[in-house]
Design a protein. Sequence first.
Length: 194
Amino acid sequence: MAAVWLAGGLASGPLHRGRTVRGGGRPVVGPVLLGVGAFGAFYAAALVARPIPPLRDAIAGILQYAHEGTSPLVLFTTLANGAAEETFFRGAVFAAAGDRAPVTVTTAVYTLATTATGNPALVLASIPMGALFALQRRGTGGIQAPLITHLTWSTLMLTFLPPLFAKRSTCSSHEPRSGQPGCLSKSRTQRPLS
């Protein structure tokens, strides 16, 4: 998927990195801080969503990939996809929208593309994050700020959110381990079976 977004974004024409409003330098620190702030808001939302089974299951469905394969490969895939999304949505799509409400257009297209995942948690996340990235694109005139924010946010989400939804074993030290007969694995937020 990252290859498709990246190819589409690069084929659309020149991509601008953008500049900060004050000083005219390349945006770096502000986008990192914005990514950290966005993560904080999502972490708080995850704490609220964790006890609600449909929301917990939707979020756990996304995070299950954090436990599959090797961590560096999962992180690389996540960051490659995030960078490619910014290249396409805040690069090509934003430029194609021109003066016709590019923030609204790119957020709507980004959210629509995310619905293909079938995961309501991802779709819900795509709305505020798509708007945030698009506003950064408009404010700086380029894709560097939203790209840095997206990568910062994704790295923190992948690092700190999975433990909230990790499975834990219900076995005692004298019972078979998880995955073996007689041992159940459950989410931290689920109540023990009676």
